[in-house]
Design a protein around this ligand. Sequence first.
Ligand SMILES: *[C@@H]1O[C@H](CO)[C@@H](O)[C@H](O)[C@H]1NC(C)=O
Ligand SMILES: *[C@@H]1O[C@H](CO)[C@@H](O)[C@H](O)[C@H]1NC(C)=O
Ligand SMILES: *[C@@H]1O[C@H](CO)[C@@H](O)[C@H](O)[C@H]1NC(C)=O
Ligand SMILES: *[C@@H]1O[C@H](CO)[C@@H](O)[C@H](O)[C@H]1NC(C)=O
Ligand SMILES: *[C@@H]1O[C@H](CO)[C@@H](O)[C@H](O)[C@H]1NC(C)=O
Length: 309
Amino acid sequence: MSSLFLVYLFLLPFFCHSLPLCRNACGNIQIDYPFAIDDGCGAPLYRNMLNCSAAFVPLSTNATSSNRDLTTPSATDLFFQTPSGSYKVESIDYSSKTLTIYDPSMSTCTILQPHHDFVLSDVQSALIPPSPDTVFALMNCSIDSPVLNHYKNLCFNLSSDHSCDELYGSCTSFKIFQMLANDTPPACCFTSYSTVKFMSMNILDCTHYTTFYDADKLKGEKPLDWSYGIKLSYGLPDTGCDRCRRSGGACGFDVETEGTVCICSATVNSTRECGAGTVAGGIGEGHGGLLLPSLLLHLFTILFTCIFL
Ligand SMILES: *[C@@H]1O[C@H](CO)[C@@H](O)[C@H](O)[C@H]1NC(C)=O
Ligand SMILES: *[C@@H]1O[C@H](CO)[C@@H](O)[C@H](O)[C@H]1NC(C)=O
Ligand SMILES: *[C@@H]1O[C@H](CO)[C@@H](O)[C@H](O)[C@H]1NC(C)=O
Ligand SMILES: *[C@@H]1O[C@H](CO)[C@@H](O)[C@H](O)[C@H]1NC(C)=O
Ligand SMILES: *[C@@H]1O[C@H](CO)[C@@H](O)[C@H](O)[C@H]1NC(C)=O
């Protein structure tokens, strides 16, 4: 019996370290199906889209021993990965199925930065595209820009009380366009994601752009108060995840075959749901009967040792 105990001691680090298989938060953002930050968790279509990283916060040189919280070396941030870069996730709203991201290299009402194309993969464009109330404002477009000529119908009026002139006139960062213009300020265009999806910023021939969301709630709001960023709207694949979750499992998939699995514990995966309260029932339907009772006993021992360690 003591030799068996030694075996457990050797196995413990392997089993116990892999216990939190699917982390359910990154910083203060809740991570839930279909998203995941651990491979094999969440929905396979959303694989590798999110990344939870420690973003290093520059230490304040003014920090003193009396001001300890300034010396925190890092903060954990969630990033949405696309072919054009990593975008910081500001929030995920699971009830409205939206995720808002922010591109730190884009221009806003207060910062002017050179354009940087926003590119989604084909899968992302289909699964999690920008919501209809996310507006791309293309600015300082040349007179040859397609959106001023052949494709001018791709530009729309935001609402009766918002215009490009307002953006140029009331944002400290965009005032320069008016200042440099001799007579009329350069054109701008409020458009949707589909325009920038099919034409890069170089083809559009506009030097700057910004994005904002909740465009239908901007009536009477000054551009300084708009919500800058991109709101993505996602679909939820129906793979029976609810059933797995109700049984206490976490929805995931096999990293090789991408077939869905219900993760019940570090050592037990099931095809659909976890057994009611017992580990044994959690083993995939059709496999449960093949396991020897003694093996189950060992599994129990390992699990219990993990829990009580
Ligand atoms: C269960 O599934 C997860 C995700 O694919 C995987 O990481 C883990 O190794 C699996 N566990 C077992 C015991 O098969
Ligand atoms: C400390 O902060 C003040 C104002 O916040 C700034 O003027 C000063 O340069 C800072 N000192 C250092 C060493 O960074
Ligand atoms: C996660 O995102 C950060 C921030 O952009 C990036 O530096 C890092 O390489 C990414 N990690 C992975 C595993 O993709
Ligand atoms: C506006 O666009 C023109 C080219 O169309 C460019 O020469 C000029 O530098 C741009 N203005 C700013 C402020 O970037
Ligand atoms: C957009 O606004 C401009 C100026 O206010 C106006 O001339 C134009 O007719 C409007 N276009 C549409 C489609 O409403």
